[in-house]
Design a binder for this molecule. Structure first.
Ligand code: ADQ
Length: 754
């Protein structure tokens, strides 16, 4: 490092010295020229005025007068003396201390005599520089002569030398400062961060805990630190996975891990890649100013499906909805993702604006979404939207068929209510494909579903699948009831299957889940929550004893307004919590182009504001509503810090936030208040289950949560964590694919019998 520093300093000094040298030369020359001009100008003026005084004295040969004059003008500042010469170059009068060499008129005087005009010039005599200014003098009656002024011009040379001296000193100072600054900069911005990074990596290598904050994250080392952090994360995860695998093998437990799923799918799929179709893409490229960056959209489906593709590879076909999606994909809309650590392929399907409006915003989200969620928002069914929905299903079918080309008996996992027609379309083109459709949202009862003008077409489309998955048995039953009442078909209530025109579709519950990472080093100490709480409160500039959290896409099915009103009632009933409890709602804006959603954001803001106004003091308010998207990493500290997490969906297929909260509590503390209308309530029986419409009950649950003993919290949390560990997303995927593989021979048998 020292050698680099010295080279850097030497290069900087050479450059600075060269610049200084060139400019000193120029400056010295300019100054000298200026002084010479100045001297010439002054000498000319003085010579002219003396000429007038001398000429009358010449007239009568008044030598005395001339002598007095030349003596008077000797040794004045830089004027060394004056001499008056005759035509024969002999002096008539001459200042006494002028050098003897000037006893004979110099060349300049002769030129003035001959030419009859003023002549000036420099000459050097015995190492001294002189400026001579000569003018002709004559009297009407006398001989012609020349008056010469002798100026000492040494000071002009001296001035040039002074410029050089001055600039040299300045250069020395520069060199000193440059060296010092370079040394400091190198030390601060290179040597120290480099040493830190090396030390950090060393500790990592020998397995000592290395603090993330110790890495330099700014400036030159920023990108390096980011890459290194990334590698470390991958390494830590790999280490944890290996440890977990070893532990599970040791204890004989059969827990699902990414590695196990990978192995399982490799055998089941016999080397075929997994194909997933979902409307939402896991990585969306968006433009921010001049930069393009990617985000992972806030979506339960993405949260659940992404780890599966990461574990097994394959292709995810989705609508390319980001404004920078096209430029980040290849000609066929494909790219490898995650962008910073490619593991599988994302194929983007491009839709026209009206298609997206009709299919996604219109039929899927203004029609099917409210139809399936009984949340008192009326579904809107427009023929135009339905037309687009059908068209987009065909577009995706086309893309899927392209991806399946060359594959024998491909496996296709279709996701959600955006693609009800897709299973049938695929079956028509690829009868050998094994198709599962997983419905991530609830399925209502037959009467509720029956209001959809295209109920029959939707069911017909769905029944093209081999396997239909819902989160709960209750939704499966609702679906079978709906088919029973809507279509000609044979329902097998023992097998939970529908047989229609020779094709059987099995309908089964697969409660979806999340990855549930094991924290390295096992369950964490309770102190983690205190540290997380302090950090979260500091970031938000809040002070409070108790912290509650809600995390949702802003959607009317999530019961966010009901939750706010329950908080209001809680503070009314238990005033001792006023000033002591803050509820942070992290709400990701969603589907904001739909008027109902757009209004909802404003409504919720107004509701939070109203409640805050009612209770707030100068230093405290009960509700902090942050309406923005947060990354999964950014949400984690809130989960770890919150004494209570509140999920009050009016109706929800599963709700992964409830599961994420439990998974985040490695300290086995904290309480989950959970709506009994969320699918998650069927599994998380140790949550405080509530009816979100019952404000009193939710308020009481909040109170019970905040006053629950640590022992009870731990008991409940431990049981829920154990359940989640068993039923994680890898098990979900394994079950779904295994079921799909198992069904086909049965289906073929049934068909043959029929
Ligand atoms: P969603 O309705 O999207 O899912 P949910 O299951 O709660 O609902 O998942 C939401 C996801 O988005 C979670 O992973 C959460 O962390 C994330 N999220 C929420 N708020 C966020 C914010 N402010 N910023 C960033 N991310 C945020 C649908 C169904 C659910 C079903 C899932 C999976 O409606 O019932 O559980 O699919 O099948």
């Amino acid at each position: 490092m020292m050698r680099i520093t010295l080279r850097l300093i030497a290069s900087l000094v050479i450059v600075a010295a060269s610049v200084s040298f060139i400019f000193s030369g120029l400056q010295a020359r300019q100054e000298q020229a200026h002084l010479e001009q100045e001297l010439s100008r002054r000498a000319a003026v003085l010579a002219e005025s003396l000429q007038e005084s001398v000429e009358p004295l010449l007239d009568g040969g008044k030598l005395d007068g001339l002598h007095r004059l030349v003596e008077r003008f000797a040794d004045r500042e830089r004027l060394a003396g004056v001499a008056i010469y005759r035509g024969d170059r002999q002096p008539m009068a001459m200042s006494p201390r002028l050098p003897v060499e000037f006893q004979i008129a110099p060349e300049t005087a002769r030129q003035a005599l001959d030419g009859g005009g003023a002549v000036a010039g420099f000459l050097t005599l015995q190492g001294q520089r002189w400026h001579l200014q000569a003018v002709p003098v004559r009297a009407p009656a006398g001989p012609p002569g020349a008056l010469v002024l002798f100026h000492n011009a040494d000071y002009i040379e001296a001035r040039g030398a002074a410029v050089w001296r001055h600039n040299f000193l300045r250069l020395l100072l520069h060199v000193l400062l440059i060296s010092l600054t370079t040394l400091l900069i190198v030390r601060w911005y290179l040597t120290r961060p480099m040493a830190k990074t090396v030390e950090w990596l060393r500790r990592l290598r020998i397995g000592e805990p290395a603090d993330q904050g110790a890495l330099p994250h700014e400036g030159l080392f920023g990108p390096l630190a980011r890459e290194v952090t990334h590698i470390t994360k991958t390494l830590t995860v790999a280490r944890a996975a290996a440890e977990e695998e070893a532990r599970l093998r040791h204890t004989g437990a059969s827990r699902w891990t990414p590695e196990r799923l990978k192995e399982h799918l490799r055998t089941t799929l016999e080397g075929r890649p997994l194909l997933v179709i979902a409307n939402r893409e896991p990585y969306m490229h968006v433009r921010q100013g001049r930069q393009v960056r990617w985000i992972m959209p806030a979506s339960g489906l993405v949260t659940a499906m992404e780890p599966i593709l990461r574990a097994c590879g394959g292709t995810w076909i989705a609508h390319g909805a980001g404004d920078a999606d096209r430029e980040t994909a290849d000609g066929s809309g494909k790219l490898r993702v995650p962008p910073d650590e490619p593991m599988y392929t994302l194929r983007r399907v491009w839709l026209e604006k009206q298609e997206e409006d009709g299919y996604y915003y219109g039929f899927a989200n203004e029609g099917l979404w409210p139809l399936c969620h009984i949340a008192h928002t009326r579904p809107l069914f427009r023929a135009e939207d339905w037309r687009h929905y059908r068209q987009v299903n065909m577009t995706f079918a086309q893309a899927a068929v392209e991806e399946m080309r060359g594959m024998e008996r491909p496996y296709l996992l279709i996701q959600d209510y955006h693609f009800a027609l897709l299973p049938r379309l695929i079956r028509e083109k690829r009868p050998d494909a094994r198709v599962a459709l997983f419905w991530h949202i609830p399925w209502p009862n037959p009467e509720a579903f029956g209001i959809c003008p295209w109920a029959r077409e939707l069911l017909h489309g769905m029944l093209g699948a081999d396997l239909l998955g819902f989160h709960t048995q209750y939704h499966c039953n609702n679906f079978l009831d709906t088919v029973d009442q809507t279509l000609e078909s044979r329902i097998d209530w023992e097998q939970f299957a529908v047989n229609r025109a020779g094709h059987t579709t099995w309908v089964k519950p697969f409660p979806i889940s999340i990855p549930v990472e094991e924290p390295p080093g096992g369950e964490g100490p309770a102190a983690d929550a205190a540290v997380a709480k302090e950090a979260v409160l500091k970031e938000l500039g809040l002070q409070t004893r108790w912290l509650g959290v809600g995390v949702d896409r802003i959607d009317y099915t999530k019961g966010i307004a009901e939750r706010f009103r329950a908080i209001e009632r809680f503070l009314e009933h238990y005033p001792e919590f006023q000033g002591q409890f803050v509820f942070v709602e992290l709400g990701a804006p969603s589907r904001t182009l739909i008027p109902r959603y757009h209004e909802l954001g404003a409504e919720l803001d107004a509701e939070a504001e109203r409640i805050n106004r009612r209770f707030q003091t100068r230093a405290w308010k009960p509700i902090v509503f942050l309406q923005r998207h947060h990354s999964h990493e950014a949400i984690q500290p809130y989960y770890r810090a919150a004494d209570v997490c509140v999920v009050t969906s009016l109706h929800d297929g599963m709700n992964l936030v409830a599961k994420e909260y439990v998974a985040a509590r490695a300290d086995a503390r904290g309480v989950l208040v959970l709506s009994r209308f969320a699918g998650a309530s069927r599994e998380l029986r140790d949550a405080l289950l509530v009816n979100p419409y019952d404000v009193e009950q939710v308020a009481a649950a909040l109170h019970a949560a905040l006053t629950m003993t640590p022992e009870e919290q731990t008991e409940r949390m431990t049981r829920m964590r154990e359940l989640l560990r068993e039923r994680n997303i890898y098990r979900w995927a394994a079950d779904l694919v295994a079921e799909l593989a198992r069904l086909r021979p049965v289906r073929e048998r049934l068909t043959n019998q029929g």
